[in-house]
Write a protein that binds this ligand. Structure first.
Ligand SMILES: NC(=O)c1ccc[n+]([C@@H]2O[C@H](COP(=O)([O-])OP(=O)(O)OC[C@H]3O[C@@H](n4cnc5c(N)ncnc54)[C@H](O)[C@@H]3O)[C@@H](O)[C@H]2O)c1
Length: 253
């Protein structure tokens, strides 16, 4: 098992990419500390990990709340006595024209996507620096590299996450800590579907994906988790400040 004896903190672990990354890290032997605002979803991920024989602690936490993040990381460090891996997946997307986007929408996306990633790194990095090892994987997006209709602020948060990743990587690597990010394309999770339940509208969305994306389909959460596991593992020992694009060719066009 690739992650034997490793202790991992995963945000956004109640759903989608974060939940899948946590389950996969646990299956590789990591002890997982799961953070998310969705307590019910966290319990489901924890149960899934435990039923497969893994180990997990659930911590309901809003990653945009500094005091909550500080306390959660303190708890993770106390439970595990070390943190080897931090995976920042918690995120939100508000799909609107810029002219319809409110300052509240802007603050929410910035505070959770960029701010949450900043805060968890702010409190985990000193521990990793002190232990002289660690791997941080942030979840940006293919939309860090291209513009997209009705997603101006969301794309800006993802661009900021790529920049944050690069600069923190430079600060961390002298201490043996690697910081990288994955940049998924449209992935089959609730954020992509945005609550759409109508089968006809869902089919239209898939048709649009088939036209827009060279791979012709949605990316799976396992495909993104594969990238996260690689960057978190010692197999990526030479990879620092990188953006691993997992988008089925969208940004290659
Ligand atoms: N699905 C896609 O198409 C896609 C593509 C590229 C990037 N991403 C990114 O992947 C990440 C994960 O999204 P997903 O696709 O798994 O969607 P998702 O909605 O299934 O997961 C997002 C998770 O973040 C949690 N979250 C939201 N606000 C939070 C907060 N303040 N504090 C803690 N947790 C919070 C949610 O409760 C949820 O569990 C996001 O950062 C998203 O921007 C998704």
């Amino acid at each position: 098992m690739r992650m034997q004896n490793k202790c991992a903190v995963i945000t956004g672990a109640a759903s989608g990419i974060g939940a899948r990354a946590a389950v996969r890290l646990a299956a590789e032997g990591a002890k997982c500390f799961l953070m998310d605002v969705n307590a019910e979803g966290l319990d489901a991920t924890k149960k899934q990990i435990e039923q497969a024989g893994g180990s997990a602690v659930a911590c309901a936490c809003d990653v945009s709340d500094e005091e909550a993040v500080r306390a959660a990381i303190e708890q993770a460090a106390a439970v595990f006595s070390r943190i080897d891996i931090l995976v920042n997946v918690a995120g939100v997307q508000v799909t609107k024209l810029l002219t319809d986007t409110t300052k509240g929408d802007y603050d929410r996306m910035m505070d959770i996507n960029v701010g949450g990633t900043f805060l968890t790194m702010r409190y985990v990095l000193p521990l990793m620096k002190a232990q002289g090892s660690g791997a941080i994987v942030n979840c940006a997006s293919e939309l860090a590299f291209v513009g997209y209709h009705e997603l101006a602020v969301y794309t800006a948060t993802k661009g900021a996450m790529v920049s944050l990743t690069r600069s923190v990587a430079l600060e961390a690597i002298p201490f043996g800590v690697r910081v990288n990010c994955v940049c998924p394309g449209a992935t089959d999770t609730p954020i992509f579907w945005e609550g759409e339940t109508d089968p006809d509208k869902r089919r239209k969305l898939l048709d649009q994906v088939a036209v827009e994306k060279p791979i012709g389909r949605l990316i799976t959460t396992d495909e993104v988790a594969n990238g996260i596991l690689f960057l978190a593992s010692d197999e990526a020992s030479g990879v620092v400040g990188a953006s691993l694009i997992i988008d089925g060719g969208f940004t290659a066009q």
